[in-house]
Design a protein around this ligand. Sequence first.
Ligand code: GDD
Ligand code: MN
Length: 391
Amino acid sequence: MNTIQKKIVTSRTRSLSIVIPTYNESQNIVKILDSLDHLLPREMDAEIIVVDDNSPDGTGIVAEEYAKKSKGGSYPVQVIRRENKYGLGSAILAGIEHSKGDAVVVMDSDLSHPPQTIPKMIEELHSSDCDIVIASRYVKGGSTSGWPLKRRLISKGATKIAQHGLGIKIKDPMSGFFAFRRHIINNIKFDAIGYKILLEILVKAKGAKVKEIPYAFTDRKTGSSKLDLSVSFDYLKSIWRLYRYGKSFRENEKRTSVRFLSKAGRFYTVGASGLLVNYFVSFLFGAVLSNLWYIYATMIGIIFSMTSNFILNKIWTFEDRDFDLKKTLLQYGLFLGFSGIGAVFQLLAIYALVESQHINYSLALFVAVAIASVGNFILNKKWTFQEKVWS
Ligand code: GDD
Ligand code: MN
């Protein structure tokens, strides 16, 4: 036993699960299981979980036979056989869900990921108190060999998209070879589309400490890559979802005061736009289109501006996209009601300020408008759009 292996054994309060997804890997699966068998110390509390998606070449059967034979051997091998090809990401997740280790390693089954790197990953996980250890092709000492230019470009391009689009600083966020402590994924809701489980963990496991260690990726000798056009589409889709996820998270991270003020800002912007709508619609009906009595024209202008204010505030200010008819009508009614209350309040306040306090009209008007509009914002926030006032 070498020193690394000894350390793993002595720190054995934590056990290890190795998750290996397979699809048409009958030529590789035995080799990888054998080399793990030689590599992992017998005393180690490890388990291997193969997740096969009903490979036409019988990988699942081969793995199951291996598992039976190796019973009582150095570590248990379990095979999850799924009925259909549900994709790599979901296969990995199924394996993780089934596994019991405090530490989990995910690796490919086509011998591209050298098993010799695993002890180093576990060692790193335990010694440098980080939560995720990524075996990386793109840190110093890492490499890829056997890939044609096209594949290298795709890999680099996808990496850049992740780094720039999602603000990830990791050099190889697309790695399919990584280890993590189970607890960091406890609260993650996975989308699991396509290949990119690691990326999803990196985005969603907030505050996880990540470390990359180098390894040399060698292209598979037998079988073929399953990365096709649909995987690339799935990739873009998952980037988009993760981007949206990050965005909503960043919104939530903003200070409450910032969020409150930005909503208030939008509310008043909408109010200002209402004045324009009011003016132009009244003008249109009163002077251009017809010879409607100017009072009627103004009433139409008011109705239009109230309605546009309501719609803009619903969609833009309060980001409420639920257009259920009953609910929306109720909100509309409340919105109009509060505007009416605001108007009446404004009149009364001005009257009171001017008549009994002898404040001059321009100041009284300013004070009354300010109070009415703040009140309007708060009432609509709380009652019409059902938000907490201070949020
Ligand atoms: N169960 C299951 N279901 N396994 C799958 C599926 C699937 O739908 N698709 C692929 N696999 C398995 C393969 O059998 C292999 O063990 C592993 O997942 C990786 O698939 P490959 O087809 O060999 O992927 P690759 O070599 O092109 O891509 C590798 O490098 C990428 C980085 O450029 C993988 O490690 C990717 O995860 C990695 O992102
Ligand atoms: Mn491969």
